[in-house]
Design a binder for this molecule. Sequence first.
Ligand SMILES: Nc1ncnc2c1ncn2[C@@H]1O[C@H](COP(=O)(O)OP(=O)(O)OP(=O)(O)O)[C@@H](O)[C@H]1O
Length: 291
Amino acid sequence: MSTANRPAPGSTMLAVAGLRKVYESATGSTEAIRDLTFQVRAGEMVCIVGPSGAGKTTLLRCISGLLPPTSGTVSLEGQKVSGPPKGMAVVFQEYARSLFPWLTVEQNVELPLKEKGIGRAERRRLVDNALEAVGLADVPRSYPWQLSGGMQQRVAIARAVAYEPHILLMDEPFAAVDAQTRADLEDLVRALWHRLGVTVLFVTHDIDESIYLGQRVLVLSGRPTVILEDVAVDLPDERDQLTTRNDPEFARLRAHVYDLVQKAKRGYRPGDEDSVLAADVQGAGRSAVTP
Ligand SMILES: Nc1ncnc2c1ncn2[C@@H]1O[C@H](COP(=O)(O)OP(=O)(O)OP(=O)(O)O)[C@@H](O)[C@H]1O
């Protein structure tokens, strides 16, 4: 895959600064995001976790230019985002809805390349490379509905990869597949990330997944959202499902992020040490924390 015009590894790819989003409706206003500031460097793999309703989808919509922020800015490669940026591809959870059932696998992958104005021969090369990279080189003329859920999600990933994005946003992409397929797809994302050098921002509900995949995990507070902690994942770069998940550092990180998410669910906010203690004392009397 081409790396032309891609920013140098380590330079700032994505900058989110003072992002705030308030939804206004006839019934009132909802402050989804209060204040988010973070950066993602070119070539990084960053995961985002947080409690349900924390504003993860809202954040991704603002980053992908689909939703204007109330205040603050999103910049990609130094350019302020005000609409869907060219160098970005997004993979959603609902692969069945994001693929066109009347198009074959290769036609689905090819479609955004046509829209990008790429010539036929180059499209052919990009489609073949992308299908090969996700392990689907043998089913180019199948229709999505003839494939398993995991394979359909591979088609969606191939489509994103063929587009040669500088940054790949993934919004809970594996939430709808079984555990074994999910593990395979996690390894696929790590492999593609290594092979292509693309920047990845990956949103997930799954704490283990965030640590297994990420170099950093951004843990969000409950709504209105701020960052609770930017957790560095100091695990070896070569990861596999057995060794990495059995690493004592993996267990330590898992416990730490789990604790942060539980605190977020109880309403903890940074600089709120007193209220955490109060919440902990109250929570101690309960049998379970609501998921
Ligand atoms: N279009 C909208 N109008 C009003 N409120 C909205 C709208 N979209 C989202 N919200 C509210 O904003 C908050 C954040 O929603 P969002 O979907 O971004 O959270 P999330 O972290 O992605 O949730 P989940 O983890 O459950 O998918 C929620 O309280 C939600 O009800």
